[in-house]
Write a protein that binds this ligand. Structure first.
Ligand SMILES: Nc1ncnc2c1ncn2[C@@H]1O[C@H](COP(=O)(O)OP(=O)(O)OP(=O)(O)O)[C@@H](O)[C@H]1O
Ligand SMILES: [Mg+2]
Length: 259
């Protein structure tokens, strides 16, 4: 099952630069929440604090709380590596490991976690994850071929299979369709819609139609001015965000009259 995320008073820094200011948001379990907003407003930065990837950048840190099912990911006794296992991330460009086969790509996260796994358990896991990513039928006869030999859309679904293979409770996706053609995009959107049965999903997108199609809730991030920190301007269920937003900036943004 997916887990809920509650973000309280989150301030996110790169060194001394405050990139995103005072974010408060509640992200429902087993729903799709979209992050939208102009470039540089901090969507990716906020997303990366939800699995403690942000702090991998030297000097980057944050204050405030991110609660995963009530447990603060930033409590001193929490191991960031364990967090990244619980919370899967899919990136903008599909990034299968170049030297690995399709099969080994799916298993890469599991192997990183140093889990010993028998051949038959591995076979079952590969099939389960690839079915879950809606890719099994396309690749089942060539599992030992290189992952990078797949089309862009197939590679992105392979990366989703790799992320779900470690059984995360949350899937974070940063513009997962921006490098894909329209047909692959729809395949990934269908998949996201199915995955929310099992996962809590947060997706960053610049595509308003995509947010309207797949998100249950939408968070609009904004910038007061260049050089100022980004902030969460308005949060609403997706129907309200796109049809009747109670925020002027959000209304201008979703109707394409921004800037
Ligand atoms: N590694 C980094 N080091 C320093 N500053 C960074 C770093 N990454 C992002 N920033 C800054 O943090 C702010 C938010 O950037 P972020 O990438 O989160 O925006 P975004 O909303 O995802 O934009 P886009 O839509 O272009 O992807 C920007 O001012 C950006 O320049
Ligand atoms: Mg970004």
């Amino acid at each position: 099952m997916g887990q809920r995320i509650d973000v309280n008073n989150l301030n996110i820094y790169y060194g001394s630069f405050l990139a995103v200011e005072d974010v408060n948001i509640n992200i429902d379990a087993n729903k799709v929440t979209a992050f939208i907003g102009p470039s540089g407003c901090g969507k990716s930065t906020v997303l990366r604090t939800l699995d403690r990837m942000h702090e991998i950048v030297p000097g980057a840190h944050c204050t405030g709380e991110v609660l995963l099912e009530g447990v603060n990911l930033y409590a001193p006794d929490v191991d960031p590596v364990a967090v990244r296992r619980d919370v899967g991330m899919v990136f903008q460009r599909p990034n299968p490991f170049p030297t690995m086969s399709i099969r080994e790509n799916v298993l890469a996260g599991v192997r990183l976690n140093n889990k010993k796994i028998s051949k038959s358990d591995a076979d079952d896991l590969v099939e389960w994850a690839l079915r879950g990513a809606n890719l099994w039928n396309e690749v089942k006869d060539r599992l030992d071929n290189p992952g990078v030999g797949l089309s862009g859309g197939q590679q992105q679904r392979l990366c989703i299979a790799r992320a779900v293979a470690v059984h995360p409770s949350v899937l974070l996706m940063d513009e997962p369709c921006s490098a894909l053609d329209p047909i692959s995009t729809l395949a990934v959107e269908d998949l996201i819609n199915e995955l929310k049965k099992d996962y809590t999903i947060v997706i960053v997108t610049h595509n308003m139609q995509q947010a309207a199609r797949i998100a249950d809730y939408t968070a609009f991030f904004n910038l007061k001015a260049v050089g100022q920190p980004g902030h969460l301007e308005y949060f609403a269920d997706t129907t309200t965000m796109f049809n009747n937003p109670q925020n002027e900036e959000a209304e201008r943004y979703v109707s394409g009259r921004f800037g």
